[in-house]
Design a protein around this ligand. Structure first.
Ligand code: UFG
Length: 331
């Protein structure tokens, strides 16, 4: 096969919520993409761009056959389990997939001399914050196997970078939210545990109400505060990280948030305004493992990658999520 384009990006886990938005962004910007996904949590109908290769990171030959077939120039890695609570119940599942399978991917990248990687990390690597906003210098003391596994991979990448000249960027996401502004793809998990999709389910009548997990936190309205970042801004940051590596940038890690926090009550209230639905909220006990406030500083990524969020307003995040939610209901 002859390929005219120089850049061919392998998107591992490209059928998931975040991977699919990045797949779209890369294609809009002239990249060729290969989506590699085992569809265990991903959605086949989210693969609207690029070429799909069904395979499992747990099977190293699946990975090898993709690298044999396509002249991959860089990899973006999103294939991870992301339920913090489940990681406490079943750590083996998380370490095997999120850590061991990432080592498989890295092994094949090295075998095929592919040395550029954008890795999907998380603010969960910081654990309970001792300072807000959280900068990249904040100590990393994760409190769940999910967060610990992601930090292990960050450390592995740092060692591989030194030993094998791998160039990587780790992006530590805060709360990814919202949907593609053209409603081609959106946020969908099974089971759904994330605040905004659950609120919108309550708005559309799919659920009776939304539970507020904890109303006695030391925050202005007693509920947890999170830094919501629009998934399209997140996708743009990945594009910038990739271009940075293509231009010879050195391995680095960045927070990816807006630097603004919103409480659970504020998110519910804003959703009522946007959807014009009542949205019944029920106060419930705290969810174990939830830090009261998670807000990140995005100064570093703004400065070094020149990333600027375009949807850094909670209304835009909820509006795009709601538009997609409504479209799905009618499709
Ligand atoms: N919440 C509710 N009711 C719900 C669901 C969530 O009150 O039904 C609250 C949570 O307690 C939390 C906030 O809404 O305070 C946001 O919860 P999400 O589950 O949407 O997101 P998290 O902050 O728990 O999780 C995100 C990412 C994880 C990452 C974690 C880091 O989705 O991948 O941040 O702490 F690990």
């Amino acid at each position: 096969m002859n390929y005219i384009l120089t850049y061919m990006i392998l998107i591992v886990g490209g059928a998931g919520y975040i991977g699919a938005h990045i797949n779209k962004q890369l294609n809009i910007n002239g990249y060729e993409t290969i989506v590699f996904d085992n569809l265990s949590y991903g959605h086949e109908d989210f693969i609207k761009w690029g070429t799909f290769e069904c395979g499992d990171l747990g099977n190293i030959n699946d990975i090898r056959s993709v690298f044999k077939k396509y002249p991959v120039t860089a990899v973006m890695h999103f294939a991870a389990f992301t339920y913090v609570g489940e990681s406490v119940e079943d750590p083996q599942k998380y370490y095997r997939n999120n850590v061991c399978n990432t080592i498989n991917l890295l092994q094949v990248m090295l075998e095929f001399d592919v040395k550029k990687l954008v890795f999907s990390s998380t603010c969960a690597t910081y654990g309970d914050p001792v300072e807000i906003p959280i900068t990249e210098q904040h100590p990393q003391n994760p409190i769940s196997p999910y967060g610990r596994g992601k930090l292990m991979v960050e450390n592995i990448l740092s060692d591989y970078s030194r030993a094998y000249n791998l160039h990587y960027v780790s992006l530590r996401y805060f709360n990814a939210a919202g949907a593609d502004p053209n409603s081609e793809i959106g946020e969908l998990h099974d089971p759904e545990t994330h605040l905004i999709p659950l609120i919108l389910d309550a708005a559309s009548g799919k659920r009776q109400s939304i539970k507020i997990f904890g109303t006695d936190y030391n925050t202005p309205d007693g509920t947890c505060i999170r830094d919501y970042i629009h998934v399209t801004d997140l996708a743009d940051a990945h594009l910038k990280a990739l271009q940075y590596l293509e231009n010879g940038g050195k391995s680095d890690y960045f927070n990816l948030g807006n630097g603004n926090g919103f409480s659970v009550r504020e998110v519910i209230e804003k959703s009522r305004e946007i959807t014009r639905k009542e949205i019944k909220a029920v106060e419930d006990k705290r969810r174990p493992g939830d830090p009261p406030v998670l807000v990140g500083s995005s100064d570093k990524i703004r400065k070094i990658l020149r990333w600027e969020p375009k949807y850094d307003d909670l209304s835009l995040i909820i509006q795009t999520a709601w538009k997609w939610h409504e479209k799905r209901e009618t499709d």
